[in-house]
Each structure stands twice: as structure tokens, then as C-alpha cells.
Ligand binder design. Structure first.
Ligand code: NDP
Length: 402
């Protein structure tokens, strides 16, 4: 098959199968206690229709996030240099928006206006509602962009604009994080509330998963500026893939472990808790250390790395590649840290069913693929300098192994 045709078929398959997978997992948790099942002929009829409550809740949520993005205080930062030499300005008010959203959630649940278990109770209808929104928004993004290949399905999937904006409102930056990432934390908390409603207890595994993922998301917003140098913001057009991923995949699939734990109320021994916490802390130190090291190095190459002058390669095009600190240990230690944390999020679920391990399985595939894609892009960009870097820093993700 020709590569263009492969791309087209791949895009269409993903747009059909991924949403069905999210429904499958929801049914598995709702009806089969998290066990895998073989979907029968009635599977499609089990797809939940959006409810009035789900539509109102999500519309309110989205409106709150839009208002926060526009009006909340935050510093203005410049993004990476674009092909035309200019830099876009971004308002970085995610840290404020995150805590403001948490406060709103606590107030509306505390006053009894909304059940704290709302995201559990409305999970299926919300999933469908947000999926439909993502498909609709992707049509808008497809229509306004100009970067077309002539293959409509492929363009719809990957997007037709790098930085679509409405006035100063940057759609990609907003949807990358605000409605989905913050919602993920609230969905998790809602699962903890449901566990308490149903079983009169919030178990240690549930607390661990909530705490780890809360830390991950809070940390993201604390270092929000770092997103401006990520692959998604610099290189990826904003189409269905990012849009659906940000709106649906993140809050509804990343919360899988907490979802599973609602009805699995096992406890963990203290040594097991200590081991899982240590794994998460270890992952976090590597993940955050590597990401911030690169960010700081690119801002100020003469700043010390691990207390010593930074070592680096100066490339032909002027960019510098750090070869000391975490970036001298392996070329993507930030991915390794992320993976260790991902494993720590799955382990509290125990070993009764494989379903809670979906996250670490999918994430390993994603990051290995991402590393290869990034490697190709850097090789094309830096040529012999990249090869020299790879010779100096041999390992891709796991020192001594890969
Ligand atoms: P990186 O932050 O690793 O960025 C890669 C880019 O950094 C390269 O393209 C290159 O860009 C530059 N670079 C590479 N090597 C060096 C070096 N030695 N010194 C200086 N610059 C270098 O990748 P991502 O954007 O993919 O990931 C960012 C974080 O996001 C990671 O921690 C990852 O785990 C996480 N992530 C999480 C996901 C999730 O779903 N939870 C999904 C994807 C990522 P250039 O030289 O052009 O500037």
C-alpha cells in the first residue's frame, strides 16, 4: 500500500476505534468489574447518549475554563520562533486557573449544588458528549486552517493549522491543558467520593492514585511555560488527534486506575505503599529534573548543570545540545521518569485484572514511538551534529538497556 493510503486508513481507523475503546473500557468497569469481555452484537447499542445533566455540566466547565484563560492573571511569554521569524505571545495563567477550578469544585460540592460523585454518575454520557464536541471542534479547526495536503480525512485528523487562534485566544494551548488536564483531577476526586459513598471508605490505593496524579497535574501548571518548547506546541498541527486526545483521552482514560478502584477496595501493606511512593518520587525527580534542566539550559547555557559548567555541542544551525546532567545519561530521561511514575500509578490497583495496566502499556508504546519520531526530526534538523550527540549519549530512554 502507498504511504498516503496507509496514512489515510490509519487516521480513519483511529478515529473510529479509539472512541470505541473508551466506551469499551467504561462498559468493562460499569458492568464487568474491570474484566475484559468480548463485545457482542449489542455493543453499539450500549453507547450512552448524552444527557441534559452531562451537557450542562460540561458546558459550565468549558465556560469556566475559557473565562479563566481570558481573565485570570498570568505572565505573558513568547513561544518558539516560527518559520516566518516571529514569536507568538501566550498568557500563562494555568497555575491560577488550576487552583481557582479546584476552589470552585470544592465550593459547588460543599454547598450541595453538585454531587461530588457527578463525574462517576455521569461518566458514560459525559464521555459521549465530549467525544461529539471533539469531533465538532475538529471540523471547525479543519475548516479554518490552510495547511492542507488535499487528503481531507488525513487533514482533519492531523489538523490544518499549527497555531489556530481566535483573536489572542490560542486554541491549541488552551485545549492542550485546561479543560482536559484539570478535569482529570476532578474526575479522580469524584471517583474517591463515589468509593466513599458506596463502601464507606477511601482506600490507600485510591488516595495514592489521586495524590500522584494531582501532583503531576499541579506540577504541569506550576511549570506551564515549559509547554512552549514541547513537540506538540512547536511542531504538531491542531486537528482531531490532539483535540480528541486532550478533551477525551486525558480525563476519561488517564483516570482509569481511580475508576477501577471505586469498586476494588483492597488495601495495601505499608511496605507496598512505601515502595510505590518511592517509585513515584524517583520518577518525578528524573522527569522534572530532566525537563527543567533542558528548559533552563536553553534559556541560559552558562548556568551550571549539577553544580558544574554545562557541557554541550554547538550545532551548525546555532542551537545547543546539552550533553551533561540528565541529558548526558540518556537522550530522553524525561520519558523514563514519566514511565516510572506511570507504573507507580498502576501498581496500587493490584494484579486481579490487567485493565489498570493499560496506561503504562499504552504510554510505553507512545513514548518509544515519540522518541523515534523526535530522533528522526532532530537528525533531519541537526545532521552530523545529532549523530555526534548520539555517539556521545548512547542510550535513548533507559541507560544500559534501550
Ligand atoms: P522533549 O521535551 O524531550 O523535547 C525534545 C526536543 O528537545 C527535541 O526535539 C529537541 O528540540 C530538543 N532536544 C533534544 N535533545 C536535546 C538536548 N540534549 N539538549 C537540548 N535540547 C534538546 O520531548 P517532548 O516534548 O516529547 O516531551 C516533553 C515532556 O512531556 C516529557 O517529559 C514527556 O514525558 C512528556 N509527555 C507526556 C505525555 C503524556 O501523555 N502524559 C505525552 C507526551 C510527552 P529542538 O532542538 O528543536 O529545540
Amino acid at each position: 500500500m502507498k504511504p498516503r493510503l496507509v496514512g489515510l486508513v490509519g487516521s480513519l481507523l483511529m478515529m473510529v476505534l479509539l472512541p470505541l475503546l473508551t466506551i469499551y473500557f467504561w462498559i468493562s468497569l460499569a458492568l464487568f468489574g474491570g474484566a475484559f469481555f468480548i463485545p457482542g452484537s449489542g455493543f453499539l447499542s450500549q453507547i450512552p447518549a448524552p444527557t441534559r445533566t452531562a451537557v450542562i455540566v460540561y458546558a459550565g466547565w468549558l465556560l469556566l475554563q475559557i473565562l479563566l484563560q481570558i481573565f485570570a492573571p498570568g505572565k505573558i511569554c513568547e513561544g518558539a520562533r516560527l518559520a516566518d521569524g516571529t514569536r507568538l505571545k501566550y498568557k500563562m495563567n494555568g497555575w491560577f486557573s488550576f487552583w481557582f477550578s479546584m476552589a470552585v469544585a470544592v465550593i459547588v460540592a460543599g454547598l450541595g449544588w453538585v454531587s461530588p460523585a457527578i463525574f462517576y454518575d455521569q461518566f458514560g454520557p459525559l464521555l459521549t458528549t465530549v467525544t461529539l464536541l471533539a469531533f465538532g471542534l475538529s471540523f471547525y479547526l479543519y475548516a479554518v486552517g490552510k495547511d492542507r495536503t488535499g487528503n481531507a480525512a488525513r487533514d482533519y485528523f492531523t489538523g490544518t493549522a499549527l497555531n489556530p487562534r481566535i483573536g489572542d485566544f490560542d486554541l491549541k494551548l488552551f485545549f492542550e491543558a485546561r479543560p482536559g488536564l484539570i478535569l482529570w483531577v476532578l474526575v479522580n476526586l469524584s471517583f474517591a467520593a463515589k468509593q466513599y459513598q458506596l463502601h464507606g471508605v477511601v482506600t490507600a490505593p485510591m488516595i495514592l492514585v489521586n495524590a500522584f496524579q494531582f501532583l503531576y497535574v499541579a506540577d504541569y501548571f506550576f511549570h506551564e511555560e515549559a509547554i512552549l518548547s514541547t513537540w506538540d506546541i512547536k511542531h504538531e498541527n491542531f486537528g482531531w488527534m490532539l483535540c480528541w486526545g486532550d478533551l477525551v483521552w486525558v480525563p476519561f482514560m488517564f483516570s482509569l486506575q481511580a475508576h477501577y478502584l471505586v469498586d476494588h477496595t483492597h488495601q495495601l501493606s505499608w511496605p507496598a505503599i512505601a515502595g510505590i511512593v518511592a517509585l513515584n518520587v524517583c520518577g518525578y525527580v528524573i522527569f522534572r529534573g530532566a525537563n527543567i534542566q533542558k528548559h533552563n539550559f536553553r534559556k541560559n547555557p552558562v548556568a551550571p548543570v549539577w553544580g558544574r559548567p554545562a557541557e554541550y555541542i554547538t550545532t551548525q544551525n546555532g542551537s545547543l545540545l546539552l550533553t551533561s546532567g540528565w541529558w548526558g545519561v540518556a537522550r530522553h530521561m524525561n520519558y523514563l521518569g514519566d514511565l516510572l511514575m506511570g507504573l507507580a500509578w498502576c501498581l496500587p490497583a493490584g494484579f486481579e485484572h490487567p485493565l489498570p495496566y493499560f496506561y503504562i502499556t499504552y504510554f510505553t508504546i507512545l513514548l518509544v514511538h515519540r522518541d523515534r519520531r523526535d530522533h528522526g526530526a532532530c537528525q533531519a534538523k541537526y545532521g552530523a551534529d545529532w549523530d555526534a550527540y548520539c555517539r556521545k549519549v548512547r542510550w535513548r530512554i533507559v541507560p544500559g538497556l534501550y
